[in-house]
Structures are given as C-alpha cells and as structure tokens.
Design a protein around this ligand. Structure first.
Ligand code: NAD
Length: 513
C-alpha cells in the first residue's frame, strides 16, 4: 500500500531536498496522504544535466538490452500491482477497476509493445529518390534519440498519461525527466523504484515534483516536451517552448461527441454511453461528453441511460466491485461541473438523474443525465470532465454530424449503427483525431493506431510509429559511393553544361499536362 513512508522514501530517491512541500490529498476521503517537494528551476536543471549524462550509455545499450529492462519492469509491475493500484486510487479517488485496467494493465502492455516495436519503428529506412540527381547515391533516414525528453502529465491518469509517455521515449534511447501533476505525483514516483529494480541505469529516469512553475522550468532544458493536460496550459507550454524552439506534442482536452443513429443497437449504445461518460467519474480526456440521438430512437435511448445511471453506485473506492463511480480528483473541477449544470438548467435543460455534489467528507459529483440541451450551453461546448451525460435529439444524421463538428475540440468520437458501411462513412465525416464505430475510447488500447487531437485538442500523436519517432531526430543521410571527380552542376560553369541541364529540365518537366 502506498503509505506516507513509502512516499517519503520515493521522494528521497529523487535525491534532492526542497524547502517547499506540496500536500497530496485523497479526494475520496479528504485526508492528506503525503507531501512532495516543490522543486525549483535549479533542481530541474540539475536533474536534466544528470539525465543528459546518463543518456548516451542507455542509448548505447541497444534495443535488446532495453527491452530486457522493460520485461523486468513489467514483471515488477504485475508483482506489485496491488501497491501500484492502491497508490493510484489513493491519490485520484478513482475505482480500483479503473486503476488496474486503464493504468496498471495498460502500462504492462506498453512495456511489451514499445520494447518489441521500437527496433521495427526506428530501424534505418532506405529511401529511393525520384530525382535524377540522386542517381547512384544511397539515401537513408536514421532515427537518433533526441537526448532528454520532458514529460509533463495530468492528474486524471497519473500512470498512463505521465509515466506511460516516457516508455516510448526510453525505448528509443532517451533519458526522461517526468513532471507529474502536483495533485497525483506518487504513481510516477513509484515507477522510479520499479525501473531501478528492473535495471534502468541511474539518471535515465528522473521525477521532478512541483507545480506549474516546475513544469515551465523543465521546458527550457529538455530536447523535447511531451505534454498532457488542459488546453489553457497547453498553450502556455507551446509559448514557453517557442522561446527555445523546443519541439513538443500536446495531448489536450476534448468534448467528445457520440452519434447514435436510428438503426443502432440501442441497448449497446446506452451501455456504452453510460460507461464511457461515467468511467473514472467522467475524468477521461476522451470521455463521451455529449450525445446526439436520431429522433426515432431518442425516447428509448434516454429511458435506458436514465435507468442505467440510476443503478450506479458511487462512494469511496475500496476493494474490487465496491463502486462504479469514485471521486472528483481535482477540487476546482467540482465547481466547474456544478457551473455547467447550473448554466444548462438556466437555459432550459432538464436534469433527469443526479445534478448535485455528493455527500462528504470526500469530493463527489452524482452521476448525471441531462436532456433538452443545446449548443448555447457550456455543457455542450466546454469540457465538463465529470460524470455527466447530456443527450440531444437530432433530426437526422446530417444534423448529428453538423453538431458533432460544431466544437473547438476534436479528440475522440463515436458513431453507433448496425450498418457498418454507413458507420465508416459517417466516421470519416467527423472532425476528430479518432472515431470508433459501435464503441468508444477503446481505440486507445490499440497502440498500433496513432492517438491525438485535431483543432484545440492538441498537436502531434502518441502511440504507433509516429508516437516513438517524435522522440527521435530523423537524421537524413546521403552516401555517394561511386562518383565522378565532380558533378555536372558544380563549378566551373560552362555553356555546354548549362544547356545540358536545361535539356534535362525540359525533358523531365516540360511535357504537356
Ligand atoms: P493542467 O493543464 O492543469 O496540468 C497539466 C500539467 O501541467 C500538470 O503537471 C501541471 O503542473 C503542469 N503545468 C501547469 N502550468 C504549467 C506551465 N505553465 N508550464 C508547464 N507545465 C505546467 O491539466 P490537468 O488539470 O492536470 O489535466 C486535465 C486535463 O488534461 C483535461 O483537460 C484533460 O482532457 C486533459 N487530458 C488530455 C489527455 C489526452 O490524451 N489528450 C489525456 C489526459 C488528460
């Protein structure tokens, strides 16, 4: 179990004392479970320097040796699953099921995926050129680790969306300095113990605990920033990174639409809507945050989601099977959820289930279903990040797509229909980084698929070849093996050569279109 002593020991492993300390709360009980140092810019700079010194040795070990470390880390994680899951549950207030499946199991899977796929995604790529000037030359792309990657994470998935993003970075041969959320720092700190016991060389993984200032300090020193968090902070990160032209990717918020067509399996759609809007208390970047249902099945869908939401148990997460919905992790989020409901009701929406904060001493918000909603309401336009399901009736599929795309976000989305061809056609009309047909969110587990947002939901992707290549410098190499003493277009210039080159130009590009 993640005790205060464990946290203190992990903090010490960072090796850097600090004056200021940040209290960490269990949001389901309101109790303080530990403290972490609020690290300043000097400490961050020192950590990055240590990581930079350790990185070449780690890169030189090669893919096979790194995969072995990951395999041992995976075994440690599975052996210590109870301790890790409890740490996550304590600092987030989420259910044990969410911690075990979406964090522990996901990370165990990630160790295997990146360990195996890194050499495939990053092997030298031979390139054939269309250009006549490349005749006889060998061209290739060599993926070289960038050096030190800074990973800045959010509080809703402290393991998956913080430590998880470092696995690909380390698989590529980089060192990583993590800046977990100050709300949920312990899970990432615990992984330091995991990685050390798995044989990760000293210095390759560092954890800088602290608030936003600590994250901002990290950006200045690292070679790449992987940020997951809100749109507001993402924009600050991008502008901070611009000062040093540090490349970055941003995985930001969402307002994911669900389109339920008249020929959908209503029972499955209702189960999916309730699960993917209420799982982890709705605190999933790609949670279903708004539903558009075609008129003929609207009443049936609404009555099913109301009945299923009423049946959910909420409370302090304990052992497996105890509750379906846990706490609101971040205190200001509860105010924001309340404000979205208040705004919607003032503008004519009707709350069919829930709609209020739950009883203390922990911080809860009741699983909620709202109807008679429209796009004048914050509940339909801004990220709510709570256990709230607003459902809107639409005339037809055209209106559903138009409403789904009427958003500044574009993370995930879903279309529900028994007609698969229609589902695929409508999926491609939705402006989002990903779209599921007859499911939602689960595409995240297919790490072969890129995951990222369009519009204000982000820049860049995680997962897939692109999700590891971003942690590398794509070094283009041209080799001239058999060559003349000089190329035709080198000095000295002559009329003969100029004419010859012009002839090549006309021959190659001067044909009639
Ligand atoms: P946040 O933006 O408040 O904080 C994220 C991290 O940024 C924290 O570690 C914080 O300390 C740090 N930070 C704050 N100010 C900073 C600054 N100026 N410079 C550098 N770092 C700074 O986000 P949050 O509230 O922790 O997380 C919830 C948000 O994350 C939601 O919007 C959710 O949708 C989003 N999210 C997105 C994804 C995705 O994959 N797209 C995944 C999980 C969460």
């Amino acid at each position: 179990m993640a005790t205060l002593e464990t946290h203190a020991a992990s903090t010490k492993q960072n090796g850097h004392a600090a004056d200021g300390r940040i209290p960490v709360e269990n949001p389901a009980t309101g109790q303080t479970i530990g403290h972490v140092p609020d690290m300043g810019a000097d400490e961050v700079a020192r950590m990055v320097a240590e990581a930079r010194a350790a990185q070449p040795g780690w890169a030189a070990m090669g893919y096979e040796a790194r995969e072995k470390v990951f395999r041992r880390a995976r075994k440690w994680l599975v052996d210590n699953r109870d301790r890790v899951a409890r740490t996550i549950v304590e600092e987030t207030g989420k259910t044990r099921e969410d911690a075990m499946l979406a964090e522990v199991m996901f990370i165990a899977d990630s160790f295997g995926y990146w360990g195996k796929s890194a050499p495939k995604h990053l092997k030298d790529e031979k390139v054939k050129s269309h250009s006549p000037f490349m005749f006889g030359k060998k061209l290739m792309i060599r993926y070289k680790p960038r050096g030190v990657i800074g990973v800045i994470g959010p509080w809703n998935y402290p393991l998956t969306n913080c430590f998880g993003d470092g696995i690909a970075a380390m698989a590529a041969g980089n060192a990583v300095v993590f800046k977990p959320s100050e709300i949920t720092p312990f899970s990432t700190m615990l992984m330091q113990e995991c990685m050390r016991e798995a044989g990760l060389p000293d210095g390759v993984m560092q954890v800088a605990t602290g608030r936003g200032q600590t994250g901002a300090a990290l950006i200045e020193h690292v070679d790449y920033v992987m940020f997951t968090g809100s749109v507001v902070t993402g924009k600050k990160v991008a502008s901070e990174a611009a000062k040093t032209l540090t490349p970055h990717s941003l995985e930001l918020g969402g307002k994911d639409p669900m389109i339920v067509l008249r020929d959908a399996d209503v029972e499955r759609a209702a189960n999916g809507a309730v699960f993917w809007s209420m799982a982890n208390g709705g605190q999933i970047c790609q949670a279903i945050e708004r539903v558009y249902v075609e008129e003929p099945i609207y009443d049936e869908f609404v009555s099913k989601v109301v009945e299923k939401t009423r049946a959910l148990r909420q409370g302090v997460p304990g052992e497996a099977g105890a509750v379906e919905v846990g706490a609101v992790t971040f205190a200001p989020q509860a105010d924001l959820i309340e404000e979205h409901i208040r705004d919607a009701v003032e503008k004519g929406a009707k709350v069919l289930v829930g709609g209020h904060r739950g009883p203390g001493p922990g911080r809860f918000f009741e699983p909620t279903v709202v109807v008679d909603v429209d796009h004048t309401m914050k509940l339909m336009t801004d990220e709510t990040f709570g256990p709230v399901l607003p459902v809107m009736k639409v005339r037809d599929e055209d209106e559903a797509v138009e409403k789904a795309n009427d958003s500044r976000y574009g993370l995930n989305s879903s279309v529900w229909t028994k007609d698969i061809a229609k589902g695929e056609r409508i999926a491609s009309m939705v402006e989002a980084g990903s779209t599921c047909v007859n499911d939602a969110v689960s595409n995240y587990a297919a790490q072969e698929l890129p995951f990222g947002g369009v519009k204000e939901s982000g820049i860049g992707v995680r997962h897939s070849a692109a999700g590891i290549r971003k942690y590398c410098h794509a070094h283009a190499i041209l080799v001239t093996r058999f060559a003349m003493k000089r190329e035709l277009y080198w000095f000295p210039f002559s009329k003969r050569n100029a004419k010859l080159l012009e002839r090549v130009l006309v021959l190659m590009y001067g044909r009639k279109p």
